[in-house]
Design a protein around this ligand. Sequence first.
Ligand code: ZN
Length: 181
Amino acid sequence: MTIRPILIHPDPRLKKRCAPVTEITDAHRKLAEDMLETMYAAPGIGLAAPQVGVLERILVMDCVKDPEAEPRPMVLINPEITWASEETRVYEEGCLSIPDQFAEIERPAEVRVRWLDLEGREQEEHFTGLWATCVQHEIDHLDGKLFIDYLKPLRRQMITRKMVKLKRDRERERVAERARG
Ligand SMILES: [Zn+2]
């Protein structure tokens, strides 16, 4: 398993609608393993393929937060929301592609989602609580949508400017390291 670099907003690849997976190959199985490894290492509770530069409809998640509890790594291919509750829930969301920025986002409190697992079998599950928030956030990624797209333009622009600066600082560090190296 390999930890893959996570793209940081703004990046055109994070704004693209991803293509459905038509055939599940070994490359997808490797990608899913790497994505889980990358997510756990970050650490995070969800990661979508475009965040590692792959524009296909795959996401991974594990919202078990209790370190004593059994982990539940999930891989969802071509996920689709088939039902959403009218009742909503506000949760302070963050994103591995927008480090250290958080905002309260309102979404349906419960959703039913259908997807293919790595063996190509159809699965369907009713998600509640953090799982429901997370799966909606990750499916948004597959449609090129970030949680900051729900915010007012001014707030969104402020966060984007911070990310541009963060990327510039990181790039400078990399160049300095190479020069030293
Ligand atoms: Zn995200």
